[in-house]
Write a protein of this length. Sequence first.
Length: 134
Amino acid sequence: MDFDQPLPREVKVLDSASLLRLEERACGLSLNQRLDPAWVRANAAPDGTHYLWPALWNSLSHRPDVPRQLRCELLISLRAGDRVMSLLDVLPDDFTPLPRVTSREEGMQVSRLLDRAPSVREWLLREGEGSGRP
């Protein structure tokens, strides 16, 4: 992916196994925006549909060995039926092959859900799980 190109403007669709793989990759690379894979495993709906929407390019200037990433808004479907929003840094080579939303209607619905979904932290506070990082 050519980084001089604009930000990809497509919503990607993830199953839970793909979400966990991306979170584990981000954790393994110590990328800035990620969730603890154990939290994702415990809370993401096993058969849920999750969505990634690129927000900006991110790079780690102090770690030139790590490729530039897409910082994405992430909509996660939880086991209890709730949806929460988080951020996830994804390498372009991991982002590009993911399936994308194919209808404008579904993309608009994801946009509305992202606007209304609480962050993971807000959800944890509401659920009484404290302020610890997931």
